[in-house]
Design a protein around this ligand. Structure first.
Ligand SMILES: [Zn+2]
Length: 331
């Protein structure tokens, strides 16, 4: 450990970061090895040979072997975090722990991912995205699915419970929004929070609109849920956040305040655009960001819809149907 290693503080507390490569725009994913009993991995990286090799080498570099892992904890259901979990568990015999909300998805990964894509398709068409863009995006998503894999969960976690180790205790907190299953792990004694993608230093976490599990056809208010989760995390006593991507965060309250402010400003901006003239969510995304790469199109649409949900809840906009496409107008 060197003095200028941003992950040095975590490492000193026995929480070592391994940066595992991903094929995605986000870059490497942070996997954490917790040197304790049980020897624990938090997330595992995407399902690829390159990622597996780097993970194995990283663990070896810390003086352990992948076969020694006793517990794998999942922060959320996204493929860059979960893809290698089942391979690690198969090699090591490790237990796999995940929040109850993640279990139905990760245990039937292929079927659930397909159902998510079918739901996303309806959302995209409903909100004015051209059919050729939707089709292109869906084939990208199908191709990406190979980096995920089914996970068998042997230990179901619940919000508020504790995971005991020999030298520490992690408190489990459910913080949905970025995905429907985001979970953060708080070492209260050391004021360290393992946060997955709930809070990232360099980018605001995308609150992706994901199919509701209760079978309802209404789109879930992912951003509204995310902001509520952020406000809860803001109240926690934390000195160091170990995130799922990028560098650690030392002042989580200021960062959360910045994020809350960013979303407030963006909601106002979207309200101004809607007040100019009624527009679909896709038209709003185009007005804000232009023609983004096709792989980003669902992220930007989710982002706009998230802010429209805030405006709808505040009674500032109305959603009306125009020939099967939702159009938003100032209320
Ligand atoms: Zn994620």
């Amino acid at each position: 450990m060197t003095a200028d290693d941003p992950f040095g503080l975590g490492a000193a507390a026995g929480m070592h970061r391994l940066a595992v490569p991903t094929p995605f725009a986000v870059g490497r994913v942070n996997v954490y090895l917790i040197e304790d009993e049980p020897l624990t991995l938090v997330d595992a990286g995407p399902n690829s040979g390159t990622s597996f090799d780097e993970l194995e080498r990283g663990i070896a570099g810390l003086g352990h072997s992948l076969e020694d892992i006793e517990l794998v904890i999942l922060t959320h259901q996204h493929i860059d975090h979960l893809g290698l979990v089942s391979l690690v568990a198969a090699r090591s015999g490790a237990e796999v722990a995940a929040i109850d909300a993640a279990v139905p998805f990760v245990e039937s990964f292929s079927r659930e991912a397909q159902a998510d894509d079918d739901f996303a398709r309806k959302v995209m068409l409903r909100h004015g995205m051209p059919e050729d863009v939707v089709t292109a995006l869906q084939s990208v998503s199908r191709a990406f699915r190979a980096w995920g894999a089914r996970v068998g969960v042997t230990r179901v976690l619940r919000d508020g419970e504790q995971i005991p180790f020999r030298d520490r205790t992690l408190n489990v907190h459910f913080r949905p929004g970025h995905s429907p299953s985001d979970t953060i792990f708080h070492d209260r004694e050391r004021s360290i929070l393992i946060a997955g993608d709930h809070l990232l230093a360099h980018i605001s976490s995308n609150p992706l609109i994901t199919r509701p599990r209760d079978g309802s056809v209404e789109r879930p208010q992912a951003l509204v849920a995310y902001l509520e989760s952020l406000r809860k995390t803001r109240e926690m006593d934390v000195e160091l956040v170990l995130p799922g991507h990028g560098n650690p965060i030392s002042d989580h309250r200021s960062l959360i305040d910045e994020r809350l402010e960013l979303h407030r400003r963006r909601a106002n901006k979207i309200h101004r655009l809607v007040a100019e003239r009624p527009r679909s969510a896709y038209e709003l995304a185009q007005a804000l960001w232009g023609n983004v790469a096709v792989t980003q199109a669902y992220l930007t649409l989710s982002d706009v819809l998230g802010h429209l949900d805030i405006l709808l809840n505040e009674g500032r906009v109305r959603e009306v149907d125009r020939d099967g496409v939702s159009v938003f107008e100032s209320a």
